[in-house]
Design a protein around this ligand. Structure first.
Ligand code: 0O2
Length: 279
């Protein structure tokens, strides 16, 4: 098949991957904006290369003109979670969505592959709107923890290096490492609530500080310079105390002052959302 034709074939898959990354990234953002712990840590995606599609088609005896119908992972999304428990939550989120329809699910977490590979796979049907009309395509979503991802990335590169014939002594090490990953994920689960508390309080604090700084910045424009400098010094003093309650109280008092100056911009959060999207 001509390269140009492959480009055309892969265009809707590229669009699907881009759209889904934006959607899952936005879910992370929504959780954070509401002060909630996000079960999704990060999202990546890729469209399989033509070489890799041809390779897989050949191995599975799939004729080229049936590749789109029979290869479910031309478009792939990878969702990385911090804890094993988060994977179930992400699966529930995907099940509830109306913009994608689940075709199949594979649980390689409770049913680890012989290689030691662990991950939760969902194949969804996802509609993209192209210039030429709407197209429903299959997308494979892989959901796994940071630790599982570490293992599978290393194993994947070794498979590539040894052309899928990994020597026994390395295979053995990978099996040991896979068991260590299970133990690590279990250990992390045991301290999950403490880690989540620490992360939540860090997020609350950084949101509070950013609100205070926004208020001070707004006051700079309209209030008396000397008064704003005094407020700023007070902020630095309280900040150094490292006491979230005092910071909260200061934030509330500052809100009242800013309100008095009509400086507390209602557009603030809208502007913050726009800024986040630029990254
Ligand atoms: P790549 O290079 O990541 O795209 P099947 O439905 O069982 O006939 P398929 O499609 O191989 O065939 O399904 P499976 O086994 O669920 O694998 C889908 C993808 O999961 C693979 O895609 C890998 O990305 C990942 N995967 C599966 N098994 C392993 C494993 O043992 N090690 C690692 N590192 N990844 C694995 P590709 O196309 O094989 O590879």
């Amino acid at each position: 098949m001509e390269i140009q034709l492959w480009r055309e074939i892969l265009t809707p898959y590229e669009l699907a991957v881009e759209e889904l990354i934006v959607k899952f990234d936005h879910l992370i953002e929504e959780h954070r904006m509401q002060g909630l712990y996000s079960p999704i840590e990060r999202v990546t995606g890729r469209v399989k290369t033509v070489a890799s599609i041809l390779d897989k088609a050949q191995k599975k005896n799939i004729p080229i003109d049936e590749v789109e119908k029979r290869l479910a992972d031309i478009a792939g999304i990878r969702i990385i979670c911090q804890f094993v428990e988060d994977i179930r939550k992400v699966v529930e989120i995907i099940r509830r969505r109306t913009d994608m329809e689940i075709i199949s699910e594979r649980d390689y977490i409770n049913h680890m592959k012989d290689s030691g590979y662990r991950s939760y796979h969902i194949i969804v049907s996802y509609e993209v709107q192209m210039l030429t009309g709407n197209r429903k395509i299959m997308v494979e979503i892989q959901i796994r923890t940071l630790a599982m991802n570490f293992w599978s990335t290393i194993e994947h590169s070794l498979q590539y290096k040894y052309k899928k014939n990994i020597p026994d002594h390395i295979r053995e090490k990978l099996t040991n490492a896979a068991n260590a990953i299970i133990a690590l994920d279990n250990e992390m689960s045991a301290v999950r609530s403490e880690i989540m508390d620490a992360q939540n309080s860090f997020q609350t604090q950084s949101r509070l500080i950013s609100d205070i700084l926004n208020n001070i910045q707004n006051l700079y424009r309209i209030a008396n310079k000397r008064e704003v400098l005094k407020i700023q010094d007070e902020f630095y003093r309280i900040y150094e105390l490292n006491d979230i309650e005092q910071l909260r109280r200061f934030g509330r008092e500052l809100d009242i002052i800013a309100e008095g100056y009509r400086a507390q911009s209602v557009e603030r959060s809208a502007r913050q959302i726009t800024a986040n999207k630029q990254f």
